[in-house]
Design a protein around this ligand. Structure first.
Ligand code: SF4
Length: 467
């Protein structure tokens, strides 16, 4: 009897609408946000602490992209699996301690597939062990054999239930097999299709599911090709299309003139053209909208339907009710546990129920009626992530470290965005979480210089990179 009661208590605790540790992390995160992003639409500090990324692990890459966000020394750093695993462990331990039990983390460096499949897999396992949902950032130019060896152990048993990859595939990149110097996005369509097909095969053969994102660097040369890229690619299997307007960061030798001629609206308009509809990005905000625009939605056949419309008051009322009913993060809980947590949250705030029913009717209407739903729905998220230029980030960060707010409007705007950053790297040695813009603009060159020496030295001893 005592055992049953103990188990019941544990189950009741595990299905609370909000995990207490996650809720505390969210509350701290919310407190840390600058006022201008504490809007009713803000996701950070409510359901999500923000993305995490690795650094100083495997900076080298076998492509030559223009621009390239890695410092000029990156390719001098040898790829070293043991270093990567140990360094990722150190960073993940810090993130687990400071950012709570469940977050999305990107395994990012130079090119992840330069790691052996075994070292890559071991690194992903470290990230899982610290409650992270890892996403490997790649140029996508590897073969099925690599993917299979990543996914299975030497005894042939499946190593992961889900593999998550973000594939950067666009015409700013040079070195891809079969399209070494592409002159258009259309030329890369076979590579996009082949990349997704590898994961379809992996699921068919091994039951390993995939979560795939497509990344594209946007310049004046390829911006007009976005609509066709989306129309041609939305059915391939990507769950996210992320567009990064080119920034003056990283290797200066790879910079070109004219990166800043495009406004955020210019790029977003092309994404909307490709999606075939307006993409509301004020219903749910992720940090500062000068950094991020995000629209969650689904394809119903060929029609893209955003989940929330930021001009519809009842959609926003549903968002608010959900934020109130389910504080903290639900990430990565087993499905049954998640379902019970949601139900308990909804029962606490039953107002969610009529709002959800009314939203369902609106959604079906927007999707083209019940008959349209016969084709099934495919979730797809559109994102624009707008990195900042190194010439602004370096002084803005230096002043922030000294507790000084700049009088210069451009630098002050940069500081505001850094304070609201949604994409951090862990620096246990200095006890800091650092925005990715700062990592690439300020810290990478120093880290890579140190890594060249550290990893090239026979019989080296590990030591923390300099920051
Ligand atoms: S500060 Fe930089 S890294 Fe952080 S969200 Fe903004 S653009 Fe992204």
């Amino acid at each position: 009897m005592a055992t049953i009661i103990t188990r019941l208590k544990a189950w009741t605790r595990s299905t609370r609408p909000s995990d207490p540790e996650a809720a505390r992390v969210m509350a701290d995160r919310w407190e840390s946000l600058p006022d201008h992003v504490r809007t009713p639409a803000q996701l950070i500090g409510r359901r999500f602490a923000g993305c995490e990324g690795t650094h100083g692990v495997f900076p080298a890459c076998d492509f030559a992209c223009k621009p390239c966000y890695h410092s000029a020394d990156a390719n001098k750093v040898p790829v070293d699996g043991a270093h990567t695993i140990a360094e990722v462990e150190r960073q993940m331990a810090y993130l687990r301690e400071h950012r709570g039990p469940a977050q999305y983390a990107q395994l990012i460096g130079g090119e992840v597939s330069l790691l052996s499949p075994q070292d890559h897999a071991a690194t992903l396992e470290v990230m899982h062990r610290y409650g992270r949902m890892p996403m490997s950032m790649t140029h996508g130019d590897f073969d099925y054999d690599y993917l299979r060896r990543l996914a299975v152990r030497s005894d042939g048993k499946r190593r992961f239930a889900v593999l998550s990859f973000a594939a950067h595939i666009d015409s700013t990149m040079h070195g891809r097999t079969g399209a070494s110097h592409p002159t258009s996005e259309a030329e890369l369509q076979p590579q996009r299709a082949a990349f997704c097909a590898m994961f379809d095969r992996l699921e068919d053969e091994l039951g390993v599911r995939a979560h795939l994102a497509h990344n594209m660097t946007v310049t004046a040369d390829n911006v007009d090709q976005i609509p066709e890229l989306i129309r041609a690619s939305h059915g391939l299997g990507f769950r996210m299309f992320s567009f990064q307007p080119a920034a003056y960061v990283g290797n200066e030798q790879r910079w070109r003139n004219g990166y800043r001629v495009l406004t955020d609206d210019d790029v977003w308009a092309r994404v909307e053209d490709g999606a075939g509809t307006r993409l509301p990005f004020r219903a749910i905000e992720v940090g500062d909208i000068r950094c991020n625009r995000t629209t969650w939605g689904v394809y119903v056949g060929e029609r893209y339907v955003p989940l929330l419309d930021d001009r519809v008051a009842t959609d926003l009322a549903l968002r608010d009710a959900f934020f109130a009913a389910l504080p903290g993060s639900l990430l990565f809980a087993p499905r049954a546990q998640q379902t019970v947590r949601v139900l308990r949250g909804v029962l606490r705030r039953p107002k969610v129920i009529p709002l959800t029913l009314a939203w369902t009717r609106r959604f079906v209407r927007r999707a083209g009626g019940l008959r349209a739903l016969r084709h099934g729905i495919r979730p797809v998220t559109f994102v624009m992530h707008n990195f900042m230029d190194a010439r602004d980030v370096a002084p803005a960060w230096a002043l922030l470290k000294g507790g000084v707010t700049s009088d210069e409007p451009r630098i002050r705007a940069t500081q505001e965005r850094l304070q609201a950053c949604t994409y951090h790297m862990a620096h246990p040695e200095s006890d800091e979480l650092v925005p990715a813009c700062v990592q690439h603009s300020v810290l990478d060159p120093l880290e890579n210089r140190d890594l060249v020496t550290l990893l090239a030295t026979p019989g080296r001893r590990r030591r923390p990179p300099t920051t």
